[in-house]
Design a protein around this ligand. Sequence first.
Ligand code: ACO
Length: 330
Amino acid sequence: MSTPATVILGTGSYAPDRVLTNEDLSKMVDTSDEWIRARSGIRERRIAAADQATSDLAVQASLRALEASGVPASEIDLVVVATVTPDYPMPSTACIVQHKLGVPTSAACFDVNAACSGFIYALDTACALVSSGRYRRALVVGAEKLSSVVDWQDRGTCMLFGDGAGAVVVGPGTTPGLGLIGTKLGALGEDTDLLYIPGGGSRLPTSAESIARGDQFIKMKGKEVFKLAVRVMEEAARDILEQHGFQAHQIDLVIPHQANLRIIDAIAQYLELPVERFFVNVDRYGNTSAASIPIALDEARRSGRIKAGDLTLLVAFGAGLTYGSALIRW
Ligand code: ACO
């Protein structure tokens, strides 16, 4: 058995204190707890405080991941933050996280934007850099303050999203068979307009008119995204299993992107796996984009849902549309 090049040494997560329930939302837009739960499985989501930016959430999750890994911040030589809600368009949130954690100035720090697939993209990137021997200890974070880009008057999107962060520390593998077995990334760039934020970039720079139109908020064609999500996540799961010679039934736990319980149920059905084999916390956090998988991974680790020797499949899709999957043996 070959030695996988990289292992996850520790995980951490953080969710802001404020809980926004479906009941609360029904006082803001024309919706109901029943509708939201039936269509998405979401009961509540967390909302960051006005003075909390994405880096603040990322730092809390990172401190927990560093503690769990036993790796001090002084040994981190690579920081990769996956986010679509950076503190600023420039510089990267990774640089802010680096400074707040006291990571050495010799560390490479950058952000990855692959929306809800962002964490798997960041993990793949960091693991490739660690396995090349160029870096030894990587901090990989998925963090979002989606409440800052949600249109709180759009009932079709505002009930889906929430804020939070998750992080892992990655290092070189030492035990044959344990660690990151492989990843599969991809993107359907022709479907950019199904899910995007039109304003604030070089195409439509922020102006009084763009703000009046609401271009700074997430726009989504929900039904189309739903259908593509199911197809693309199923394919990403099947592809990576086939690539590494596994059958679906050999997976102990699937950690899917937490977008919608109906999407997770559909994938379970197509992969012919019991839904109990899927980790689900979308009911408590909603869709936290790049933070969704590392939060779920951390909760699964800490609650004992992942045991030594288990095979875990991570699978995600997001704006882009991007997709990604990863297989990890613990
Ligand atoms: N409350 C009550 N009614 C609502 C609400 C709401 N919150 N939102 C929409 N409706 C209404 C619509 O107006 C529509 O009414 P109409 O028939 O009179 O026009 C009706 O409910 C049905 O709306 P649909 O959009 O067709 O509902 P659907 O069953 O598709 O569910 C949902 C909507 C939950 C958004 C679903 O399409 C979905 O989950 N899509 C995937 C979204 C997703 O996962 N996005 C994240 C991608 S990951 C990333 O990168 C961020």
